[in-house]
Design a protein around this ligand. Structure first.
Ligand SMILES: Nc1ncnc2c1ncn2[C@@H]1O[C@H](COP(=O)(O)OP(=O)(O)O)[C@@H](O)[C@H]1O
Ligand SMILES: [Mg+2]
Length: 254
């Protein structure tokens, strides 16, 4: 099986701080991979490096065999990375549906002039976008809220809308940065069900998460970061028993 993503020797230095140190990772098609580790371990920096927000200091990132290291974020996203952020970044004054349509817009071809003139082909494209957006909202159980303003949704649904928007770009890999953060128990459980559904549909996902129960439930394989280095890799069962992990992460959890 060929890997969707291959990361080799990824290193990120900020001034004197080594935020990522020689990270190697491979991700296979359809896999749900977890990245865990204490605060400041370098998890978000890892996503930032993958998506080109901060060009890595050293190392190589290959997506479907293509070297994408150091290329611009919008080009990387058009090649198939989509992500959500640790802090919600929605257009709060826009409807739920429009938030997803914005994600789709990257994929539509109408020129600005054609959009302004609302030519027939533009109207057709808009109708198709709306249909696609609705399908995505259904997948995330958000279709009942399509005409509500994003900012008026309860927190857990806003986080889900972020995932919907990311999916609209039709990504090869979906990166979720602490998707369950701040959710109550019910919201977390609902999210678990949705990620399970995405997995069954064949999506490839990397999840950073603080909630151990959540991540152990959904991922077949986990990577553990500490102080920018990968200290362990394995199945949830292996990770639970790993002494270095217990010391670095579980032991410190309060
Ligand atoms: N753009 C940046 N400039 C300088 N330091 C940064 C930057 N981004 C992250 N860091 C530092 O890198 C370390 C790892 O941060 P981060 O990746 O956010 O950790 P995590 O997501 O695992 O909590 C932290 O010490 C953080 O302060
Ligand atoms: Mg983080």
């Amino acid at each position: 099986m060929s890997s969707i993503l291959k990361v080799t020797g990824l290193t990120q230095v900020f001034g004197g701080l080594v935020a990522l140190s020689d990270i190697n990772m491979t991700v296979e098609q359809g896999e749900i991979l977890g990245v865990i580790g204490p605060n400041g371990a370098g998890k978000t920096t890892f996503f930032n490096a993958l998506t080109g927000i901060i060009p890595p200091t050293r190392g190589k990132i290959e997506l479907m065999g293509e070297d994408i290291t150091g290329i611009k974020p919008h080009i990387i996203s058009s090649k198939g990375f989509a992500r959500t952020f640790q802090n919600i970044r929605l257009f709060k004054k826009m409807t739920v549906l429009d938030n997803v349509m914005v994600g789709l817009h990257n994929k539509t071809h109408a020129s600005l002039l054609a959009s302004l003139l609302k030519t027939r082909s533009v109207r057709k494209e808009e109708a198709e976008s709306e249909k696609k957006a609705l399908e995505i909202l259904q997948l995330l159980d958000l279709d009942d809220f399509r005409y509500e303003l994003a900012g008026s949704l309860p927190y857990g649904l806003q986080r889900r809308l972020e995932i919907a928007r990311a999916l609209a770009t039709d990504p090869l890999i979906l990166l979720l940065d602490e998707p369950a953060a701040g959710m109550n128990e019910q919201e977390t459980e609902d999210l678990l069900g949705i990620i399970q559904k995405l997995k069954e549909l064949g999506y490839t996902i990397i999840i950073i998460e603080h909630d151990m129960k959540f991540i152990m439930n959904i991922c077949e394989r986990l990577y553990v970061f500490n102080h920018g280095a990968k200290i362990a890799e394995g199945t949830p069962e292996e990770i639970k028993k790993n002494a270095a992990v217990i010391e670095a992460y579980l032991g410190k959890e309060s």
